[in-house]
Design a protein. Structure first.
Length: 282
């Protein structure tokens, strides 16, 4: 659902949906001032001019704002648990000025953890190859990816991380499904569901200007144990216990890992574990 969604002409009028990239939402807004537009975006929607304020969006645009860049600090903490002594490289797009503030937040977290972080930049596919080739020279033992520009390059990033044996944490669950190590990210499914509710309300006659922008704060930690094993990493049990989903492992094997022995039968509430997605479930 990236870009501007297909227009649906109900009896009460048209409504456009724009999900994923904020660029599509801005293009849709520039194209019309009358057709309602519902967005789902991880950008600062007031800073980029998509709406006037969250409480009073004004005009013909409203939607769902979800966490993206603000998750960088927590992503760094999780990556630190995986590779405690590693210098961490933070991959950013230098063409997007709004990446400066999240980078400063990550640096503040690194200072509190006693970590060294390095900023590496990429704005093209060629840049990405150069960045990964340079990580060994920079002595970086971990990579934090927190840039929306790189969303469409998830498979390329996962492949490069595997080729260069770099533990990386991603801002999208789909990267872990594609054999990336870990992600800490907004639940896009949940954010889009909220956007669908907004769209339905507008199609039923409500005005976008009367619907405050809703913030989706549901985030998920997803871990791929097969990739961790391939990288030679020992997964901390405390981190596994906090995961919302663990890919590539049978549930019984997972329970043995975090408890020390298999748990027969149904789990009690006190023994509840994250969702286990096996190969066949992905």
């Amino acid at each position: 659902m990236a870009g501007v969604g297909r227009r649906t002409p109900p009896p009460s009028g048209d409504c456009d949906f724009s999900g994923g990239a904020s660029t599509g939402s801005l293009v849709a807004k520039a194209a019309t001032s009358t057709i309602p537009i519902v967005f789902a975006s991880g950008a600062d929607v007031t800073e980029i001019g998509l709406v006037a304020t969250l409480s009073r969006p004004g005009g013909n645009v409203t939607g769902i704002s979800f966490l993206f860049a603000a998750l960088g600090q927590k992503q760094l903490e999780f990556l630190h648990e995986l590779v405690p002594t590693a210098t961490v490289a933070v991959l950013m797009n230098p063409r997007i000025p709004t990446t400066d503030a999240p980078c400063k937040d990550v640096q503040a977290t690194a200072w509190a953890l006693g970590l060294k972080v390095l900023a590496v930049h990429a704005s093209t596919d060629h840049d990405l190859s150069l960045v990964f080739a340079s990580l060994g020279h920079l002595r970086a033992g971990g990579l934090l990816i927190n840039d929306a520009f790189l969303n469409s390059r998830g498979n390329q990033l996962v492949g490069l991380a595997a080729r260069h044996s770099i533990p990386a944490i991603y801002p999208w669950r789909k990267a872990v499904v594609a054999d990336g190590l870990a992600s800490y990210a907004t639940s896009i499914t949940y954010a889009y569901r909220l956007a669908g509710i907004f769209t339905g309300r507008i199609l039923n006659g409500e005005k976008p200007s009367d619907l405050p922008v809703q913030q989706s704060v549901l985030v998920e930690l997803v871990i791929n144990l097969k990739t961790a094993k391939d990288l030679g990493l020992t997964m901390p049990r405390t981190l596994l216990a906090r995961a919302d989903e663990v890919n590539r492992m049978k549930r019984q094997d997972f329970m043995k890992l975090i408890t020390g022995s298999p748990l027969p039968g149904r789990l009690s509430p006190a023994q509840s574990a994250p969702t286990i997605a096996s190969d066949s479930a992905i």
